[in-house]
Design a protein around this ligand. Structure first.
Ligand SMILES: Cc1ncc(COP(=O)(O)O)c(C=O)c1O
Length: 373
């Protein structure tokens, strides 16, 4: 997950969930107490309520709560009909779970490079990778910015969105999760919409896919003890649904806060040292899950910031095609130069709802100081 580099004394944390949750704790404790009394820990009423609310928020017809983003992605591929050996095109820069979902669903990840313009799957590279065994294209909305779904859609191969980092992001008038055949979200605690543990969701406009996903997440049963297909234990816990229902109405405000912080960084850090700042193509409204700088020496900049008590992270230091877990795919160094350059140069700086103006200013000052010194 790209662990933050921790300083001895933290002055500006990489993220601060305690701050995000402070205003909610009394309400949540009350709801947990009620849940304890009812004992409806599995498939409690909050699950369906959250599913309806999240589908509406994203502009999708159906939502199936899942136990994690990986489960949502893997079950999306299975419910969409992936067959053993089917190829799925994935970007070279993503969190490793994107590939885990493909191989665990029986598919073969076909890695393609990203593009500098948005750091997402390059539609030209994806087009060049398509073969007659390609079943799906799996774009990742990396760092909270949607991939170019319009151009990727024109490839004529069904799209499954890895929207784990992008709830609420918009591009070309469409919200993350509403464009592809299906989409997966993660509610890992540090995500823009985070649970108090692992949780996820699958969105789709396809009723057949949604019905099968409902069965697959619960031992393949559509009705109790009627097992039409082999399934999993991949349900969204009621306690997580309670948390997510409480937090969903605040997501727009939190995303706006992230946008405000990103705008400050973009304005203040332009032209500083050798920094390359994130680009936002016309028509794109990212939700800034991460704010990723590029510099020739990210370790040096990270060390300087650590001296000022500022935590940073790296997302991700190794592109997926070069991780040991996926060596067997046979890709070599140099295969995907844009992703490899990003992996060498990336440094993520703090961005989170509740971040104070003084903290933003300290981050900016410390970065300027690093390059001035
Ligand atoms: C791009 C991406 N895909 C998939 C996942 C997997 O989500 P989870 O950790 O909830 O399984 C994550 C988050 O960790 C992610 O960032």
């Amino acid at each position: 997950m790209g662990e933050p580099h921790y300083a001895c004394t933290v002055v500006v944390p990489f993220t601060d969930l305690g701050r995000t949750h402070a205003s909610l704790s009394a309400e949540l404790l009350q709801e947990f107490a009620e849940l304890l009394e009812t004992g409806a820990f599995v498939n409690g009423p909050a699950v369906a309520r959250f599913e309806d609310a999240f589908a509406t928020y994203c502009g999708a017809a159906r939502c199936v709560g899942m136990s994690s983003g990986l489960d949502a992605l893997r079950i999306a591929l299975i419910a969409a009909g992936i067959e053993p050996g089917d190829e799925v095109i994935v970007p070279a820069m993503t969190f490793v779970a994107t590939l885990e979902a493909v191989t665990q669903a029986g598919g073969v990840p076909l890695v393609a490079d990203i593009q500098d313009a948005d750091l997402n799957l390059d539609p030209d590279a994806a087009a060049a990778a398509v073969t007659d065994r390609t079943r799906f294209v799996l774009p990742v909305h990396l760092y909270g910015q949607l991939a170019d779904m319009r151009r990727l859609g024109s490839l004529g191969v069904p799209l499954i969105e890895d929207a784990c980092q992008a709830p609420g992001a918009v591009r070309d008038g469409h919200r993350a999760g509403s464009v592809g055949l299906a989409a997966a979200f993660s509610f890992y605690p540090a995500k823009n919409l985070g649970a108090m543990g692992d949780a996820g969701a699958l969105l789709t406009g396809n009723d057949g896919l949604a019905d099968l996903a409902f069965a697959l997440r619960e031992h393949g049963q559509r009705r109790k003890y009627e097992h039409d297909v082999e399934g999993y234990t991949a349900r969204l816990d009621t306690v997580q649904a309670v948390v997510l229902l409480r937090k969903l109405p605040l997501l727009e405000r939190w995303n706006e806060e992230r946008r405000r912080i990103a705008a400050r960084y973009l304005q203040a850090l332009e032209g500083v040292g050798d920094l390359r700042l994130p680009q936002v193509p016309a028509g794109s409204e990212p939700v800034w899950h991460l704010f990723v700088l590029r510099t020739a020496d990210p370790a040096g900049l990270g060390a300087s910031l650590r001296e000022h008590g500022i935590q940073t992270g790296r997302h991700y230091p190794t592109p997926v095609h070069l991780t040991p877990a996926y060596q067997h795919l046979g890709y070599v160094h140099g295969a995907f130069p844009v992703a490899e350059a990003l992996a060498r140069e990336c440094l993520s700086i703090p961005i989170f709802p509740g971040m104070q103006e003084s903290e933003i200013a300290q981050v900016i000052e410390a970065i300027e100081g690093h390059f001035d010194g």
